[in-house]
Design a protein around this ligand. Sequence first.
Ligand SMILES: [Zn+2]
Length: 59
Amino acid sequence: MMKFWNFLFSERCPKCKKLLATTKSNAIHGTIIKACPNHHYQKEFHPALETFIESDQVS
Ligand SMILES: [Zn+2]
């Protein structure tokens, strides 16, 4: 679990290498959505499941 959190907070955009910013969090579903400030990349984290969903489309 610790590895997962380290990963979460050091995540960078694969295109421009900027740190992803937390754009939305959903307390009900326990998800955290992080996105590149330049809209290249988005990652949705599901801490309860210790999994994540990557996307190159920012919603
Ligand atoms: Zn980027």
